[in-house]
Design a protein around this ligand. Sequence first.
Ligand code: HEC
Ligand code: HEC
Ligand code: HEC
Ligand code: HEC
Ligand code: HEC
Ligand code: HEC
Ligand code: HEC
Ligand code: HEC
Length: 421
Amino acid sequence: MRPGRWFRCIAAGASVVLVQVILQPAAVAQQGGGECLVCHVTLDDDALSEPATAWEADTHNLTGLTCTGCHGGDAATAIADVAHAGMVATPTRGNTPDMCGRCHANADFMRDYDPDIRIDQLERYYTSRHGQRLLEGDDGVATCVDCHSAHSIQSSVETTSLTHPLNIPSTCGSCHADEEHMSSYGIATDQLDEYERSIHWKMVAEEGDLSSPVCNDCHGNHGAVPPGHSSVGRVCGECHFQIETFFAASPHDSVFVGLDRPGCATCHGNHDIQVAEDEQFGLGDRSTCTGAGCHTEQDEGGVAAARMKLLVDSLVRAYGRSDSILHEAELAGMPVDQARFELAQVQTALVSARAVMHSARLDSVGAKIDEGLALADAGFGAGEGAFVELSSRRLGLAVSAVVIFVLVIGLILRIRELEMG
Ligand code: HEC
Ligand code: HEC
Ligand code: HEC
Ligand code: HEC
Ligand code: HEC
Ligand code: HEC
Ligand code: HEC
Ligand code: HEC
């Protein structure tokens, strides 16, 4: 072998070793934040150390990304100036979405981590009121870090995440319930207060029912916009599907669009939605039909509403009557399990009638009520039957008591007769 070759061989070997020596510590140092983290946790200024202390729980840390993924710079050196060279120090609020979008809107990059991951957050964000105002130079709207934080970003399944359903109302409320922050925008700041009084929040907070909506279920995560009046039903209908179908087929649907009324929210409100009650329809004080000057007892709709209320009331009464006779039969010790089971279907019919009521069609409500009334009557009949059986059992008991009494007397007389005889 010629000396030139020896030389090239040694040089190649040495450079491999050299590259390993240089890169090895760098690779180790980069793990989880590298020298940026090592130095920043020690800094006295909270603004400089907090990003490093928060970082432990950050999903990007757990995924193996480092500070440089967002900031750039060099995480392999312990010399601040070298580390900071070329870094995006503190992005402006206007630049933040693009900082995140650099990865999150990059399909090739993201799919290496998770083939099913969504990559539409940035695009959708710019369709939202938040994103559009940001593009106009408004810094007061939400950017990615207001809803996710900058250094302790977590998936929404974590209970400590700002986007976990239990934390969403306060995340949105941090601006929307802050009068000072919102004062220049001319939108109300009562959404959080009202929402926290609603049945929806009670279900989430008290029952742990995560199928009940928090802010982003109605407003979207990234495309946060108020639902347009004609699309309110669609938002509610994602969960209240059957009722939306009835409402969409009702004359109200198009009339409400014409009057610029917000569909379901016209009668139920949007943030302080409460458990529905029968008093909310018909012509009484609390009726939604007569609210906002819509119906009176004279017009066709008002007459139909009053009729529907009478029908529903009649079924509620029929149910009550059957329920109490079965209750008394139970107290008297009669077995009425089967009748109870059948009576429960009256409640189902009532629920259906209240849902069908959204179609604003008297005949459809009437049909449901008739079904319920037939079941309630059968329940009452079963109760009466139980009492008939009870009294015939009592009669039987009395008759046999008399028979036994007579037999005993007869026996005593017979014994006396034998003794005397
Ligand atoms: C040896 C310590 C040290 C290292 C290593 C270091 N920093 Fe810093 N960093 C500082 C100090 C001190 C400051 C505040 C003074 C300054 O701006 O230089 C600072 C400031 C910053 C700021 C705020 C700049 C501003 O203008 O508000 C950011 C962001 C930052 N560092 C990120 C990083 C990142 C990312 C890395 C790794 C690539 C890193 N740092 C590595 C010490 C360090
Ligand atoms: C997911 C993107 C992301 C990652 C990763 C990230 N940062 Fe930041 N960082 C930001 C954003 C955005 C800001 C702008 C300030 C804010 O909104 O909190 C920022 C601000 C900072 C600041 C300035 C804080 C201030 O109040 O002036 C420091 C210092 C900093 N980051 C350090 C780090 C360090 C150290 C790491 C790694 C341990 C890191 N960052 C990782 C996005 C990130
Ligand atoms: C360097 C690329 C990169 C940057 C920049 C980046 N991310 Fe990420 N982010 C990722 C990766 C990779 C994951 C993990 C994906 C996975 O495995 O599910 C992730 C995960 C997330 C998750 C959790 C997703 C979930 O539900 O599990 C959120 C939320 C998130 N990032 C928000 C942000 C925000 C906000 C910013 C800007 C402040 C940002 N990211 C900047 C790459 C990045
Ligand atoms: C107004 C609040 C808000 C803003 C602004 C926001 N997000 Fe989100 N983001 C959410 C919520 C809420 C979720 C959780 C959805 C869920 O329940 O799974 C989420 C989920 C995510 C996820 C997980 C995957 C997914 O799409 O469900 C990523 C990644 C993410 N956001 C990135 C971003 C980025 C990047 C930006 C800025 C361009 C941003 N977000 C802006 C509220 C927001
Ligand atoms: C950093 C503060 C901030 C956070 C956090 C925030 N918002 Fe906003 N949001 C605003 C501001 C400011 C506006 C007003 C923009 C405008 O219309 O001029 C706005 C507008 C809106 C609008 C449009 C209102 C209208 O009538 O124009 C909706 C809907 C909305 N936000 C919902 C949400 C939801 C849902 C969340 C939480 C997932 C949230 N916001 C988090 C600041 C914030
Ligand atoms: C059950 C669905 C639902 C939930 C949950 C919900 N909203 Fe709304 N929100 C609506 C509807 C519908 C409108 C529009 C009403 C209209 O067009 O008149 C609206 C309107 C808004 C507006 C526009 C201003 C206003 O008051 O009309 C903001 C801001 C807003 N919501 C924020 C929030 C916040 C913050 C939360 C959580 C605390 C939240 N919303 C929870 C359905 C909902
Ligand atoms: C994410 C799913 C979801 C969305 C979206 C939603 N709801 Fe609900 N809603 C629920 C759950 C869960 C309950 C509580 C269980 C129940 O009673 O059905 C509930 C309860 C209700 C109740 C009380 C029901 C009762 O028993 O008296 C009304 C009224 C209501 N929602 C109306 C609305 C309206 C109007 C909208 C749209 C502005 C809406 N909901 C959006 C899931 C949702
Ligand atoms: C014209 C007024 C009006 C409109 C519009 C309206 N509702 Fe109702 N809704 C009522 C009344 C009144 C009740 C009370 C029924 C009862 O309990 O007797 C009710 C009851 C409900 C219930 C509870 C049903 C039950 O089982 O007790 C839900 C859920 C509901 N509505 C959802 C919706 C949704 C979703 C929309 C839009 C698609 C909507 N409503 C549109 C008036 C309305």
